[in-house]
Design a protein around this ligand. Structure first.
Ligand code: HEM
Length: 432
């Protein structure tokens, strides 16, 4: 345990105790506004590349922007996507995360039919617009609303505690986070399977994503079958659920806490409303969405500070040499976005919420200094969908409503984001 095999020099660090490694230290709760102390302490002691052991797996942690970028670019060469055993059991052994190369590309393209720019523009923009209007309006009738619960969707109960179980020991024993997740997965998969089978049997097509999948499964030369299709739907629900609701809750909190940002947002969205009045249209258009530059800056700033995905994992395929060290095949490597996003050299006053820092910068892609949505061929396929959802939420919130925060708003990391006492608000329609 103390002297793992390596055909070269391992990065510095400690594997901690056998099996448990340094897992407990990794999960120690800490403040939203800091690089995880687990990472910071080891960076100070060992430098930007160090080894550790988490949930039984030997891991090298990379905090170096150049190395992180190279890792994303080397997908399917020296590195392949990797998740813990617990993660795969929860999202499904047949999910897209288990596939590489062409198979991954094929499944990714299926998802893009749903959440890629074309469908966003043609269909989802209007659906999201209507749903958001309805939701926000219903909040005015509810007294107090917890934003996090309010922006979540129907399958909420099944996804509860998912984040806790993702990086955990796969011990399927009642009382563990992993067990709760597996139960949630079972219930959610049953719902999806029932819908899939009903739809298939009835031959009544609703012309949505499930129908696309059924059609694809029925083609003669296809690798898609029911099990892969069901895991694909599950993955989309899972990948979008916690991430988007966390991002939107934090977005709302930042807007509530920063009157200058709110004023600038109102300016942008009221200008859109004024020109819409001239056009005599009601719904948000794609062109309007694209013109929301300040809103996109606010969204980028929110996800930079949120660091919703605290670690991005890859498996080392062949021994790799990095900066004089060797990482043996079979080990994992973890990229930690927060170290880059909260770095003084990359972002001035990095802990401040300052959307103006994005002025004139690229807003829509991953880069060496912005990896909230990952990078390379595994870049988040739902990023455009998430941003659209947030922009529409902002549009209606700032132009139609006033609010007061009743309680909550604390945020901690474990290292995933947690809102221990929610963010409870009261909202009302503005008179004018
Ligand atoms: C603010 C919201 C979101 C954040 C911060 C986020 C973040 C990420 C990150 C960091 C990755 C890369 C993981 C890796 O490289 O291993 C990723 C991948 C992925 N995301 Fe998102 N995501 C968000 C919303 C969504 C939504 C709304 C969907 C679905 C509609 C989605 C679906 C996916 C899928 C399917 C992948 C895997 C892509 C692949 O392996 O090719 N995400 N996301």
């Amino acid at each position: 345990w103390r002297n793992p095999k390596c055909n070269g020099k391992l990065p510095p660090g400690s594997l901690g105790f056998p099996v448990i490694g340094e897992t407990i230290q990794f999960f120690t709760p800490h403040s939203l506004y800091d690089i995880p102390p687990f990472i910071r302490k080891r960076m100070d002691r060992y430098g930007p590349l160090f080894l550790t052991s988490l949930v039984g797996q030997k891991v090298v942690v990379s905090t170096d922007p150049e190395i992180n970028y190279a890792i994303f670019q080397q997908e399917n060469k020296s590195f392949v996507i990797w998740y813990t055993e617990s993660f795969l059991e929860i999202i499904g052994q047949k999910s897209m995360m288990s596939y590489h190369g062409n198979l991954h590309k094929y499944l990714r393209n299926l998802i893009l039919h749903l959440v890629g720019p074309e469908n966003l523009r043609a269909n989802l923009l209007h659906e999201l617009d209507q749903t958001t209007r309805r939701h926000l309006h219903s909040w005015t009738t509810l007294g107090t609303v917890d934003v996090k619960e309010g922006v979540s969707q129907n399958l909420r109960g099944n996804f509860k505690a998912f984040m806790d179980g993702l990086i955990s020991f796969p011990l399927n024993i009642p009382g563990t986070a992993f067990h709760a997740c597996i139960q949630g997965r079972k219930r959610a998969v049953k719902v999806i399977k029932d819908v899939y089978r009903e739809r298939k049997a009835s031959k009544m097509r609703g012309n949505d994503f499930i129908d696309d999948l059924i059609e694809e499964v029925e083609k003669e030369e296809t690798i898609l079958n029911e099990a892969i299709a069901v895991d694909l739907v599950f993955l989309i629900l899972f990948a979008s659920h916690e991430t988007t609701s966390q991002a939107m809750t934090l977005l709302a909190k930042y807007i509530f806490d920063h009157p200058q940002v709110l004023a600038e947002l109102r300016k942008e969205h009221e200008a859109i409303l004024r020109s819409r009045e001239k056009e005599k249209s009601e719904m948000i258009t794609w062109e309007e969405y694209k013109s929301m530059t300040f809103t996109h800056m606010v969204i980028n700033e929110t996800v930079r500070l949120a660091n919703i995905v605290p670690g991005i994992f890859r498996k080392v395929v062949n021994d790799v040499n990095i900066k004089g060290y060797t990482i043996p095949a079979g080990w994992s490597i973890m990229v930690v976005p927060s170290v880059i996003h909260l770095n003084h050299d990359k972002y001035e006053n990095p802990l401040a919420f300052n959307p103006w820092r994005w002025e004139g910068k690229e807003l829509h892609a991953g880069s060496k200094t912005f990896m909230a949505f990952g990078g390379g061929v595994r870049l988040c396929v739902g990023a455009d969908f998430a941003k659209l959802q947030m922009a529409i939420f902002v549009h209606h919130l700032v132009t139609k409503y006033s609010w007061s925060v009743i309680e909550g708003g604390d945020v901690v990391r474990k290292p995933g984001l947690i809102f221990p006492n929610g963010l409870h608000i009261q909202i009302a329609e503005m008179n004018n």
